[in-house]
Ligand binder design. Structure first.
Ligand code: AVJ
Length: 320
């Protein structure tokens, strides 16, 4: 079996430094915020897996169906030699694309990029076994920082799936898409999954399921801070909140303090007061329209080539 080669652009030390810096910035801001990327330790990733199987959380199923239906066409249109997967958590859906590229006879390399070396090694080994003799490059990095370092034989097809781009606010999206466009040669490809604007009740239910899995996922970020930074959050004293904000058209997840509290984060010498009812924002998940996606892609130098939807979720194929 061909070997996986692993490149580390982000050490454990960098990750710890980034967490400290994000926590200091976010918990001293008004209103308080934390970036969603810190949800995903082993427990958070497991909780997210459970979310994807909830009847209320339609995006994963919708995207899988769209990709299953159109992977062949995507492979034909792109004839990609390299599939680059941003965030290896989505490997399962990426495999629909990999199967199609292999069947198309063009697949030569797979690149998978993720912040978690453990998750990455596992995903990369599985891919190497399944797609032998295709070579697999695992890159430990952050898709907002290390795009320029993504290897692979052109034409590459970069897959950014799951609607994860919605976790970025518009300025961050523009920065990310511009950086991605800059690293691609003209003619290379992006396949982008985006959740769509719809009835707010449907959206809120997807982020506030009756069994409370999403609530546990949301609170998990406080467990991460307790473990990694010796913080003393009373996790159960925070209530899960999911709201639709019609202005920016995103779902906001928040954690509301159910009583006044003083939280200590000794590792960074921080003391954080919460008043009763105060809400800490933990995630935005932006929802899109076809027009908005096309505009954001065009504004950053991409040309949208194809659009598929089931009415709930959209998949766009764009070319650099
Ligand atoms: C994996 C980031 C796309 O925003 O829908 C699921 C994460 N948050 N439920 C999303 C999530 C709450 C998810 N993404």
């Amino acid at each position: 079996m061909s070997e996986v080669d692993l490149t580390v652009h982000l050490t454990q030390d960098d990750v710890v430094r980034a967490l400290r810096s994000d926590v200091r910035t976010g918990l001293t801001a008004t209103p308080k915020t934390l970036p969603p990327k810190w949800f995903y330790d082993a427990r958070g990733s497991e909780l997210f897996e459970r979310i994807t199987r909830l009847p209320e959380y339609y995006p994963t199923r919708a995207e899988r169906e769209i990709l299953a239906e159109h992977a062949g066409e995507i492979a034909e249109l792109t004839s990609a030699n390299t599939l680059v997967e941003l965030g290896s958590g989505s490997s399962e859906k990426t495999r629909l694309l990999l199967d199609a590229l292999r069947d198309n006879g063009t697949l030569r390399e797979i690149v998978t990029l993720d912040v978690s070396e453990t998750a990455l090694r596992e995903a990369a080994d599985t891919l190497a076994a399944a797609y032998d003799p295709v070579s697999v490059h695992a890159v430990v990095g952050d898709f907002t920082q290390h795009l320029a370092l993504v290897p692979g034989t052109a034409p590459r097809l970069v897959a950014f799936l799951g609607g994860t781009i919605g976790n970025l606010v518009p300025a961050e999206r523009a920065k990310f898409l511009t950086a991605l466009r800059d690293t691609l040669d003209a003619g290379e490809w992006l396949i982008l999954g985006t959740d769509l604007v719809k009835d707010p009740e449907v959206l809120v239910r997807a982020y506030d399921d009756p069994t409370g899995v999403t609530a546990e996922f949301n609170r998990n970020v406080l467990h991460v801070l307790n473990r990694e930074l010796a913080a003393d959050f009373d996790v159960d004293a925070f209530q899960h909140v999911a709201r639709w904000d019609p202005g920016p058209e995103w779902i906001e997840m928040r954690l509301a303090a159910t009583r006044p509290m003083t939280v200590h984060v000794p590792v960074i010498g921080l003391t954080v007061p919460f008043i009763e009812g105060e809400q800490l924002r933990t995630e935005v998940s932006a929802k899109f329209t076809r027009d908005r996606i096309a505009t954001e892609l065009t504004d950053t130098g991409f040309t949208p080539r194809r659009w598929w939807t089931d009415g709930n979720f959209g998949v766009t194929l764009a070319q650099a």
